[in-house]
Design a protein. Structure first.
Lengths: 310, 514
């Protein structure tokens, strides 16, 4: 019972914190562009505003269009439960598995791609097609990110991976390669520059947003929340693999530990905002090279790990 | 028949030659063979004064400063002539426009579809004919029912975009034929918000045209004002005071500068490079504020009127103006460094939206879009007017014809404008900034043509007066000339690059919706 309580508590906490992380990224970008920018709490206001709005559906859309936002949010929240966010292991009863999380992220992408096709508009189809290509490229890169620690731990379970990373040399070639790959993967997975531009109004250039152009009101609120939660999940996931201290390996007092982890997320979110501001969007057919670089870095790190290079 | 008409502002006569409809294509071919550049065409309805329809084509010959008008008279009952488009592709839209607005048929036009009138507009109702009132409101269908030209074949997707767009964009309907991510063909339906500027000007005294003329396009308002003034001043032989000439030139250069800053900011915005886009927007805003303070209007409305300029620049302000411009110049230089040395950004620009020199010449490209495709033409130098006669700017060209070339060209031209502005402000002569109209001006008669190099290229105003009132006013804008280039530059590119390519041409919708 206590375990389920912890799981529900963590899920709620994640949903509550995710918009704040998003606000922080937006704020960082605004500062670098010389703008005041929206307040940190703006994502909450936007979600509330959307939630209160009328529900509109395109005429040709089927039940998939309605089910997709709920499914997407559910899948993302389920994924957060198996990743060690604040504690290692995660509160759910079993040892969450890395492969399952990668699979859940792919499933969420699949569900939203279906919804994009379901609208019957050329934009939805274009977005779904692009998102699927990005997905096919990100997935191996994301998987490769955990390879060095899988080698070290001899397992794909989260607790073992986090422990392995935490116990390895903090400043090693393996970790530096991993950090480079992690940055690319987190930018791609969260739909940020140079892969996708989350802030554009130019429909023709969109990837993720093009799939969702027909969504509005409460449905869009659910999808936005799912997207923000996924963003936090990706940050936490990359952090767990590459800078796990706080979650694993560093014994902090129980009162300090959650605050320390939140501060780590904030630093990573700000870093994401800075990285995005330095970039221009890549031409679509350059993505394989860009994401391939992440997979190559991670694979090289895994090879070094096998050879025992620090 | 040849008749010398009054002297133009650039000190050269306007030559009008008449030809038969059958001889027109031959006469144009001969003119092009000796290097004539096409400027504008204008139809007019003369049935009320005992004639039929009149069709003028205006050319500039390289060896003389004046302009040449090739005039054809068409009968009232059968206004048709062999289309000029096969020998002069640049007139293809002018011919379609005259067909819509006057009912003059260019026989054998390769694309005789409607251009200006909506598809549900009644046949035979031509709004610019004198017997049609300006406020005619025929019943229209709920859906205009435009059938765009599409590419055919297995797997080709039709993607309609617009006419309503996200962001602050005007109305235009784009029909893309896509094969995957690649654009096979683009058809565009512009002229969605025709305002009837030319129609409402008819019957007004020439002096009352300013408010409508300067609103043709807010982004090149000063250029339109100057073109109107030149046409009128030419007709009434109106001498400008030296200070007025300089100030008018300064206004035109300021307009070029703020537009180039705007267009420079728009390119990184198209690639999501927001940091550079914001810095560019800040520079543009500073330029607008500077204009608001110095000339009384951020977008330079109401600054240029026949006889000179409306508001003088106090001598005390000049030094401050030069200092502020110098600071902007430094910041723009830094922005250029940051943008043009960003590998990811520059990669997006290379090879995107290439306009070949051949196409630019054939379709009569003007302004930066032409110069970025290695066509060295600039009215400031080719037909010097105002203070450009003393301060000839360097004509900048680029070779590549892609988005990158158009961006680099704007950076370089902005630099030239800064230099020019500084010299003009430094050398500003004393005296009055405006002179009264010469006697009899209110009864002026005849044809005047004003043209200048706006930020987007040649704006040409064709003004026909009768007893001091406007009988026919045609405005051929740079964007009207350049829109068809987009349809040529886009096929073969990725659909995701379209906004970037579109912005690099910086085409104005309002300039079509006259």
């Amino acid at each position: 019972m206590a375990m389920w309580g912890a799981a529900v508590g963590q899920a709620l906490a994640v949903l509550l914190v995710a918009p704040l992380v998003h606000g922080l990224i937006q704020r960082t970008k605004a500062a670098l562009q010389g703008r005041h920018g929206p307040g940190l709490l703006q994502p909450y206001f936007t979600l509330i505003k959307l939630w209160r709005r009328q529900d509109i559906r395109p005429t040709p859309a089927s039940w998939i269009f309605v089910a997709a936002p709920r499914l997407a949010l559910g899948i993302v929240v389920a994924a957060t439960l198996s990743v060690p966010l604040l504690w290692n292991p995660a509160p759910l009863g079993w040892d969450g598995d890395f492969v399952v999380v990668v699979g859940l992220l792919a499933l969420e992408r699949y569900v939203l791609s279906l919804a994009g096709l379901d609208t019957g508009t050329p934009f939805g189809g274009l977005g779904s097609s692009r998102e699927s290509i990005v997905g096919a490229l990100v997935e191996p890169a994301l998987f490769a990110l955990a390879l060095p620690w899988m080698v070290l731990a001899g397992s794909t379970a989260w607790p073992a991976l986090v422990a392995a990373s935490a116990s390895a040399t903090p400043a090693s070639v393996v970790r530096f390669f991993g950090l480079g790959a992690g940055l690319i993967v987190s930018l791609a997975e969260t739909g940020r520059l140079p892969v996708d531009n989350p802030d554009t109004h130019l429909e023709l250039t969109m990837i993720h947003e093009a799939m969702l152009l027909e969504y509005s009101g409460p449905q869009l609120a659910l999808i936005s929340l799912a997207q923000m939660t996924k963003q936090l999940l990706v940050l936490a996931l990359v952090a767990d693999l590459l800078v796990p201290w706080g979650v694993g390996g560093l014994a902090l007092p129980p009162g300090v530990q959650p605050v320390a982890v939140l501060a780590k997320w904030a630093a990573l979110a700000a870093g994401l905002g800075v990285a995005e501001s330095l970039s221009a969007k890549l031409r679509f057919f350059r993505l394989p090279g860009y994401l391939g670089a992440a997979a190559a870095l991670s694979s090289a790190a895994a090879v070094l790990q096998v050879w025992g290079v620090r | 028949m040849s008749a010398a008409e009054p002297w133009s502002q650039s000190g050269a006569p306007l030559t009008i030659r008449e030809a038969d409809a059958g001889e027109l294509a031959g006469a144009v071919t001969a003119a092009l063979a000796v290097g004539a550049r096409y400027l504008t065409a204008a139809a007019a309805d003369e049935r009320a004064v005992g004639g039929g329809f009149r069709l003028d084509h205006v050319f500039r010959f390289p060896d003389r400063p004046g302009l040449d008008v090739l005039r054809v008279r068409l009968p009232a009952d059968r206004p048709e002539y062999p289309s000029l488009t096969p020998v002069l592709p640049a007139v293809h839209w002018d011919e379609r426009e005259a067909q819509d607005l006057f009912g003059i048929t260019p026989l054998g036009h390769p694309d005789p579809r409607r251009l200006v009138l909506p598809d549900d507009w009644p046949a035979g109702l031509h709004p610019l004919r004198k017997d049609v009132p300006w406020n005619v409101h025929p019943p229209c269908a709920a859906e205009p029912g435009w059938a765009p030209r599409l590419a055919g074949g297995e797997g080709v997707v039709f993607m309609p975009v617009g006419p309503v767009h996200a962001g602050i964009i005007e109305s235009g309907h784009f029909a893309f034929s896509l094969m995957g991510e690649t654009i096979l063909h683009l058809d565009v339906r512009l002229f969605q918000k025709h305002r009837g500027v030319e129609k409402i000007l008819e019957g007004r005294p020439w002096a009352d045209a300013g408010d409508a003329v300067e609103r043709t396009c807010a982004a090149c308002s000063a250029s339109h004002q100057a073109a109107w003034c030149e046409a009128v001043e030419q007709l009434v032989d109106w001498e400008l005071p030296a200070r007025g000439v300089y100030l008018r030139t300064i206004l035109l250069e300021c307009e070029r500068l703020y537009n180039h800053l705007n267009d420079i900011a728009a390119i990184p915005a198209g690639t999501g490079f927001a940091v550079a886009a914001m810095e560019g927007s800040v520079l543009k805003e500073q330029m607008l504020r500077l204009q608001g303070a110095a000339f009384g209007h951020r977008y330079l409305f109401g600054t240029i009127r026949p006889g000179g300029v409306v508001r003088d620049l106090p001598t005390d302000d000049i030094a401050e103006l030069r200092r502020r411009l110098a600071r902007l110049r430094v910041r723009l230089g830094r922005l250029a460094q940051r943008m043009l040395r960003h590998p990811g950004f520059v990669d997006r620009l290379q090879g995107a939206g290439v306009l070949s020199r051949r196409t630019a010449l054939d379709l009569g490209a003007v302004g930066p879009s032409a110069r970025a495709s290695a066509v060295a033409q600039d009215l400031r130098v080719d037909r010097p007017y105002l203070a450009y006669r003393a301060f000839a700017p360097m004509v900048v060209t680029e070779q590549a014809g892609d988005v990158g070339a158009r961006l680099r060209l704007r950076f370089r031209e902005a630099e030239v404008s800064f230099e020019l502005l500084d010299r003009l402000l430094h050398g500003l002569p004393p005296g009055p900034c405006r002179r009264e109209a010469p006697g009899g001006a209110e009864r002026a008669e005849g044809l005047g043509i004003g043209c200048n190099e706006s930020p987007r290229g040649a704006n040409v105003h064709y003004v026909q007066l009768r007893a001091g009132r406007i009988e026919r006013y045609r405005i051929r804008t740079a964007s009207f000339a350049n829109w068809p280039l987009l349809m040529e530059a886009v096929p073969g590119n990725l659909i995701g690059d379209f906004p970037l390519i579109n912005k690099s041409f910086e085409l104005c919708y309002a300039c079509c919706d006259r």
